[in-house]
Ligand binder design. Structure first.
Ligand code: GMT
Length: 375
C-alpha cells in the first residue's frame, strides 16, 4: 500500500508511535509518506520506501497565527494526487483529522475518494479535545473519518463518553520494537551513576502537568529514606524547574539527576531498576512499555490505559492518582529484596513481549485494507 502518515514530528508519544509504525510498514514493503512540518525525530535514516514531505507555512504580517491546518490540507491534496496514495493515516485529532477531512473534500473535486484513518492518542481527547473551542471540530472530524482507532480500551470508552460518536472505534494498542528496546547490561554506566550499588529509579516524560512529576520526586523521597537509591529524570518540559526545586527543598537534590531530552533512552532504561509514572491521565503509557521492554518494573497510577499494560503485583503496582504513600510503599517492597526485584524485572519483560511490533503491525495493515474496501 501507499500510505500517507500525518503526525507531530516531536519526541511526544503520538509522534513516536506514528514514526515507528511508518518505519515498520516500510520494512514490510509498503511505501510510506510522512507529511509534517519537520523531519520526525526518529526518522533518522534512509530507506527506499520512506518519503518525507515538509509542510511549509507561509509567513505574512497579517498572520498572528500562521494557518498550519490550511497548509497541511493543501499539502495532503498535493501528495495524495501526485504520489497516488491509497490511504491517509493521521495521528492526534487536532488539527490533523480536520485537515484530512478538508483534503478529502477537495480531492473529491479531482475524482479521488481518499480513505482517512484517524488514531486518537490521549490528550487530543482527554485534555485538549474536551476544550469547548475544539470539541465540535474534534467530534465532527472523528465522525467523518473512514476509520478511527484508539491506543487503549480506556481511551475508546473515554472518547465515546465525552463526544457524540456515531461510528465504531477500533482499539490498536501501542507497540514496541524489542530489537531496539531490551536490557543492554550497561554495567559501567550503572557504576558511574550508582557507585555504591544504589538502586536506580527512573522517570521519562515531557514534564507536563498531567505527568505529576512532583509526585515522582515525592515517591523517590520516601523510597530514598529506606533504600540507598538514585533517581534519573529524563526529558524536559514546563514542570521541570518545579521538580528540581522540590528535590532541593526535600534535601534529595544530590540523589536526583535531571538528564534533559535523550535519544538513547534504552541505554538509560537498561541501568534502571524501577520506572515511575504516576500520571493524572495516560491513554496507554508508551514510556512505561519502553521501560518494561528493558526489564524495568513499573510503579504507576491506575489512570486511563495503564491497567491494560501494568499488571498489579506482577509487572509492578498501580495506585490511585496522587496516592504517593502507597506508590512509595510498593516501590520499596519491589526494591528491598534482590530475588523479588529479579522476578518483577522478568515479568515486566515478558509482558512487554505481548506488545512486540510484529504482533501489533498486522492489526494496522488489516485495518487499512478493511477501510480502503469500505470507501
Ligand atoms: O504523553 C504525552 O503527553 C504525549 C502524548 C502524545 O500525544 O504525544 O502521548 C499520548 O500518546 C501516547 C502514544 O499513543 C500514549 O502512550 C500516552 O499515554 C499518551 N499520553 C497521555 O494520554 C497523557
Amino acid at each position: 500500500m501507499k500510505i500517507g502518515i500525518v503526525c507531530y514530528p516531536t519526541f511526544g508519544g503520538s509522534g513516536v508511535v506514528a514514526t515507528e509504525l511508518g518505519k515498520a510498514l516500510a520494512s514490510n514493503g509498503h511505501q510510506i509518506h510522512f507529511i509534517t512540518y519537520s523531519q520526525p525525530a526518529r526518522l533518522d535514516f534512509f530507506s527506499e520506501n520512506l518519503y518525507y514531505h515538509e509542510v511549509a507555512v507561509s509567513q505574512y504580517p497579517l498572520f498572528d497565527f500562521p494557518p498550519y491546518e490550511s497548509a497541511l490540507a493543501s499539502k495532503l491534496v498535493d501528495v495524495v494526487r501526485f504520489e497516488k496514495l491509497d490511504i491517509l493515516h493521521v495521528h492526534y485529532a487536532i488539527p490533523h483529522a480536520s485537515a484530512a477531512y478538508l483534503a478529502k473534500q477537495i480531492l473529491k473535486t479531482y475524482g479521488i475518494d481518499i480513505p482517512v484513518v484517524t488514531t486518537l492518542h490521549g490528550t487530543d481527547i482527554t485534555l485538549v479535545g474536551r476544550d469547548k473551542s475544539f470539541k465540535p471540530v474534534v467530534t465532527f472530524s472523528i465522525n467523518e473519518s473512514d476509520g478511527v482507532t484508539t491506543v487503549s480500551e480506556s481511551l475508546r470508552e473515554e472518547t465515546l463518553s465525552f463526544f457524540d460518536i456515531t461510528r465504531p472505534i477500533q482499539v490498536i494498542p501501542n507497540f514496541i520494537d524489542l530489537n531496539r528496546f531490551y536490557n543492554k547490561k550497561r554495567e559501567h554506566f550503572k557504576r558511574a551513576i550508582a557507585p555504591d550499588d544504589e538502586r536506580i529509579l527512573v522517570h521519562t516524560s515531557n514534564f507536563r502537568q498531567v505527568k505529576n512529576t512532583d509526585d515522582v520526586i515525592r515517591i523517590f523521597h520516601l523510597v530514598n529514606q529506606k533504600i540507598p537509591s538514585k533517581l534519573l529524570m529524563v526529558g524536559d518540559g514546563p514542570e521541570r524547574s518545579n521538580a528540581e526545586e522540590l528535590s532541593r527543598q526535600l534535601g534529595i537534590a544530590n540523589s536526583v539527576r535531571f538528564l534533559g531530552k535523550q535519544d538513547a533512552i534504552e541505554e538509560i532504561l537498561s541501568v534502571s531498576d524501577l520506572f515511575l509514572i504516576p500520571s493524572g491521565s495516560e491513554s496507554f503509557g508508551l514510556a512505561a512499555l519502553e521501560a518494561m521492554a528493558c526489564s524495568v518494573p513499573v510503579i504507576s497510577s491506575n489512570a486511563g490505559g495503564l491497567p491494560e499494560l501494568n499488571v498489579q503485583g506482577v509487572t509492578g503496582f498501580l495506585s490511585d492518582v496522587r496516592n504517593v504513600d502507597e506508590m512509595a510503599k510498593n516501590a520499596t517492597y519491589i526494591l528491598e529484596n534482590c530475588e523479588r526485584l529479579a522476578e518483577f524485572k522478568a515479568a515486566a519483560f515478558n509482558r512487554a513481549k505481548d506488545f512486540e511490533i510484529s504482533k501489533i503491525l498486522p492489526n494496522y495493515e488489516n485495518y487499512y485494507q478493511q477501510t480502503i474496501e469500505s470507501v
